[in-house]
Ligand binder design. Sequence first.
Ligand code: ATP
Length: 300
Amino acid sequence: MTLEVRNVYKSFGSVRAVQDVSFTVPAGRVCGLLGSNGAGKTTTMRMIMRILLPDQGEIRWQGQPVTDAVRAGFGYLPEERGLYPKMQVREQLIYFTQLKGLSRGDAARQVDTWIQRLQLGEYARRRAEQLSKGNQQKVQFIAAAASRPALCILDEPFTGLDPVNTLVMEEAFRTLAAEGTTILFSSHNMDQVEALCDDVVLLHRSKVVLAGTLRDVKRAARRQTVRLRIESGDYSFLREFPGIRTRAASGGAIEITVPEGVDPNRILQRALQADTVTEYSLGEPSLREIYIEKVGGADA
Ligand code: ATP
């Protein structure tokens, strides 16, 4: 049940949207497709769904080329959301799920379960156009998930959700993954990707620049990360270290990306001279830092 994208190319006129992209999503794994705006994520997903056909290359599922019949079994949350505005939410979800081959009874049971999981009970009998954008997105997620597909392609499923609905969606996403669905999804939220993914593929300017398990990707990154908190909150002494990057972290701490050639212990020593250190830990770089290193600071 592996998805294989092999040496795929796609151009739109003179724009090379996807160039020689190859990656594999093994069965039952969750893979995050990352990359800055215009990197080629949506184009790649549309080719997997056969909305677009590659100029070159091949996409395979379970060792076979993806045909229209095979693709019809995939769950898909498209970037451009498309529900029937005048149709009741529950009715259209049952309809979409029946299109995937379930009986009406099975479709209704699945849809009702997912409506509960996504906390959409009070909206089930409303027309789609009466729902907020975020709730419509949750409905579209159900449309992708309710048929229990072996593969789900989710194009930015978390974009535009408020913090509470983000948690609800993350929980539903985890449930889908736990039920064994292979998932490829795109997101710009690195912390979220890190929390949800087994594997990552990073596209940059239409090419794969990084691919592998999250663990391997982190191990391969040369930089270390220091989490530091000092009582005064004045971190200006860090300017003495050339090339380090910082970002605010929770609880008044900062996260420091330590460049090669700088000893993290020197940072601790300097912090102790400057102030009272209330927190110091040394760890692997976050996915966000790895992303910035690879992509050069744009759109993390
Ligand atoms: P975002 O994060 O902004 O959604 P993306 O990684 O999904 O970006 P794509 O939408 O795949 O990027 O776009 C890749 C490139 O292909 C961009 O330069 C885009 O302008 C171009 N492109 C995509 N679709 C078309 C199209 N139908 N016609 C012309 N150019 C296109």
